[in-house]
Design a protein around this ligand. Structure first.
Ligand code: 13P
Length: 340
C-alpha cells in the first residue's frame, strides 16, 4: 500500500530530528571541494557523500536526507546505493528536483527556477530509486526594488505548480523560496524589518499560489529563510530579535494545516544557525513542528575536518555527529553555546 503523503510528512517532521540538505549541485560541489583543494570529480564527490552517510548514529538525529541527481545514482564504498543505505538506517531519502535558476527578462539580478517540463518523468525514476520527498528551491533577492512583483509571482507559481505535481506522484514536496541575506546589497537598508517584510511578501505569494493549485497542506513542508539583517548591514545577528520577527511572520502567513517548517542556513555560520533555531524553537505556541534542514551550517566544518584525506574520516564524522546533536538540541529549544 502506498503510504499517505501526510504520514510521510509527519515522519519527516518527527520530534527530535531534522533533515540534512546534502543536495549540493555539481556546480556547488566544485566550490566546496576546491575550498579544501580537492579536484571536483565524480569520485571525490562520492567519497564525500560516503563519509556523510556512513557516519554512525546519524539516524538518531535525521529523519531525512535530501540528495542531488548525481548522488541518488551512486553507491557507498560497500556497493549499496546511497538511497538504499539511508533507507536501511531508517532515514528517508529525498531529492532536489529544480534544475537551477534562469534570469527573468527585464529584471536584472532576478531569477526564476525551472525544471517543470521534465518533472513528472524524473519523479517516476526517483521514486523507483527510493526517494519519498522532494525539494525545489527558488531565490529572492533583497534590494531597493527587489524582489519585484514579477519575481514574487513567477517563483510562487513555479513552486506551487511543482508541489502539486509531486503530490500527484505520492511524494512530499518541500517548497523553498530562499530570501538571500548574504548578498552584496547590504547597506544599512537591509535591516531585520526589511528582511521580515520581504519574507512576508514571499510567503504570502507562495501560499496564495499553493491554494490556486489546490496543494494539500498536511502533505507539504515549507523550507524557509529566517528574517535576518543583511550580512553586510553592520548589524549583529541577535537570536531573540530574529526569532521574534521570523515567528511573527510565519504565524501570520503559514496555515496551521501545513505539515511543518524547516529552515535553511543561508550563509549563517554553524553557531549562528544553531543559536537562531534554538531561539525560534523556544516559542511554544507554534501550530506546526519546526526543525532544521541545513547544508552549509552542518557540512562546512565536516568538510574542513575531512580535508579530502581519508585518515581524517573518523574525525570528520565526529564533527558531523556533534553538529547534528547540537541542532537537534536547538530544534528542541534546549541548546546553549557552552555545549559547543
Ligand atoms: P544552506 O543551509 O546552506 O542554506 O542550504 C540549504 C539548502 O537546501 C539550500 O537550497
Amino acid at each position: 500500500m502506498v503510504p499517505k503523503i501526510e504520514k510521510l510528512a509527519e515522519a519527516l517532521m518527527m520530534p527530535g530530528k531534522g533533515i540534512l540538505a546534502a543536495d549540493e549541485s555539481t556546480g556547488t560541489m566544485v566550490k566546496r571541494l576546491s575550498s579544501i583543494n580537492l579536484p571536483d570529480n565524480e569520485e571525490n564527490e562520492r567519497r564525500y557523500r560516503n563519509l556523510l552517510f556512513t557516519t554512525p548514529q546519524i539516524e538518531e538525529y535525521l529523519s531525512g536526507v535530501i540528495l542531488y541527481d548525481a548522488t541518488i545514482h551512486r553507491a557507498a564504498d560497500s556497493g549499496l546505493a546511497f538511497p538504499l543505505l539511508l533507507e536501511s538506517k531508517g532515514i528517508m531519502p529525498g531529492i532536489k528536483v529544480d534544475l537551477g535558476l534562469q534570469p527573468l527578462p527585464n529584471h536584472p539580478e532576478e531569477d526564476v527556477s525551472h525544471g517543470l517540463d521534465t518533472l513528472r518523468v524524473r519523479l517516476k525514476e526517483y521514486h523507483e530509486l527510493g526517494a519519498r520527498f522532494t525539494k525545489w528551491r527558488s531565490v529572492l533577492r533583497i534590494s531597493d526594488d527587489t524582489p519585484s512583483a514579477l519575481a514574487l509571482h513567477k517563483n510562487a507559481d513555479v513552486l506551487a505548480h511543482y508541489a502539486a505535481i509531486v503530490q500527484e506522484a505520492h511524494m512530499v514536496p518541500i517548497v523553498e523560496p530562499e530570501v538571500l541575506f548574504d548578498e552584496e546589497y547590504t547597506l544599512e537598508k537591509h535591516t531585520l524589518a526589511r528582511s521580515a517584510e520581504v519574507l512576508e511578501d514571499t510567503l504570502s505569494s507562495l501560499f496564495e499560489a499553493l491554494e490556486f493549485y489546490k496543494v494539500f497542506l498536511p502533505g507539504l513542508i515549507l523550507k524557509t529563510s529566517m528574517a535576518l539583517p543583511g550580512r553586510e548591514s553592520g548589524k549583529d545577528l541577535d537570536p531573540i530579535a530574529i526569532a521574534k520577527e521570523t515567528v511573527r511572520v510565519l504565524k501570520k502567513i503559514v496555515p496551521k494545516e501545513t505539515a511543518g517548517i524547516v529552515f535553511l542556513s543561508g550563509g549563517q555560520t554553524p553557531i549562528e544557525a544553531t543559536e537562531n533555531l534554538n531561539a525560534i524553537a523556544q516559542f511554544d505556541d507554534m501550530p506546526w513542528p519546526v526543525t532544521f534542514s541545513y547544508s552549509r551550517a552542518i557540512e562546512e566544518p565536516v568538510l574542513e575536518a575531512w580535508n579530502g584525506d581519508d585518515v581524517n574520516i573518523a574525525k570528520a564524522q565526529a564533527v558531523l555527529q556533534k553538529r547534528l546533536a547540537l541542532n537537534v538540541a536547538a530544534r528542541n529549544g534546549k541548546y546553549s553555546k557552552d555545549m559547543e
